[in-house]
Ligand binder design. Structure first.
Ligand code: ATR
Length: 279
């Protein structure tokens, strides 16, 4: 059987083994998928061991996505743009690094949440790795405007600078801002790609922004509303959503990259939702 795994530290909590086992059953693929704990200073060695033992590919999670990108010279355009990799594929030529996070986000928004992004005004909160990974796939959807807002303006400026060319290619007005300067602006979709939810915090946004938004989306997920979702709901966002769908969709895209088969994500997302609500 072909072997795959998710590599991280910590990794025991990962839902990826469950998701990929379900995809494999659903599509009749003969494969195994495990969770692989790598020491913080032993990522490359753990990848090499897995590959030498016949492994076919890996998903990469915290904190190794940058190291995964640096492991190889072969990147898909979306991994190159993200500067990070969440998917590795092993072949006769070595390692190919891909990044399916941004596409997973876009597919969750456009398919699962039925929210087209073309001609919409998007506010992307955060300027770290999560925001960077989302940028190219978001720009490809040709929103009318994409504003990157960050607590630290300089980081938003730098990130916007990296994506000027694809933004202009796709006809998107790309801007950088801090949170305070957003007062008086209007956006259709607000995406939280900050790490604020991890510490139970929310980005300090002018609260009027939420009332104008049709959708407030948190890349984090939790059994109940995240603090960002609760705030957006309280201030009148049309709809709020967490990132569980993004998790399932990035997994489906990795599965497709490895196996050439696209699983049906809806039943998997529905059962994860039930499971998460129950436990
Ligand atoms: P990740 O890979 O998850 O994006 P990261 O690269 O460390 O993690 O980036 C974290 C992002 O969350 C940054 O944009 C950070 O803002 P700063 O650049 O100002 O540090 C943002 N962030 C973290 N905690 C936050 C908070 N409490 N409020 C607003 N933004 C926060």
């Amino acid at each position: 059987m072909d072997r795959y795994a998710v590599i991280g530290n910590p990794v025991a909590h990962s839902k990826s083994p469950l998701i990929h086992a379900t995809f494999a059953r659903q599509t009749g693929q003969s494969m195994t998928y495990e969770a692989l704990l790598a020491p913080l200073d032993g990522f490359a060695a753990t990848v090499a061991r897995f590959r030498d033992a016949g492994g076919c590919g890996l998903n990469v999670t915290v904190p190794f996505k940058l190291e995964a990108h640096a492991l190889t010279q072969r990147h898909t355009p979306r991994a190159a743009a993200a500067g990070a990799a969440n998917t590795l594929m092993f072949d006769a030529r070595g390692i190919l690094a891909d990044n399916t996070d941004g596409v997973g986000l876009v597919r969750d928004l456009t398919h699962n949440l039925a929210t087209p992004l073309a001609e919409r005004r998007i506010l992307l909160l955060g300027a770290g790795g999560a925001a960077r990974g989302a940028l190219l796939p978001l720009l490809e959807q040709q929103p009318s405007r994409l504003t990157i807002a960050n607590r630290t303006l300089a980081k938003a400026d730098t990130l916007a600078g990296l994506f000027r060319e694809p933004a202009s290619h796709h006809g998107v007005a790309l801007a950088a801002s801090d949170f305070a300067a957003l007062a008086g602006c209007e956006f259709d979709i607000i995406i939280n790609a900050t790490a604020a939810s991890l510490s139970g915090q929310i980005p300090d946004l002018p609260s009027a922004l939420y009332a104008n938004a049709a959708l407030a989306y948190d890349m984090m997920y939790a059994p109940a509303d995240t603090p960002f979702m609760a705030t957006a709901r309280r201030h009148g966002a049309g709809r709020v959503a967490d990132g569980l769908g993004m998790l399932v969709e990035q997994a489906a895209e990795s599965f497709f990259v490895w196996r050439g088969v696209r699983p049906d994500t809806r039943p998997v997302l529905a059962s994860l939702r039930d499971w998460s609500a129950g436990g």
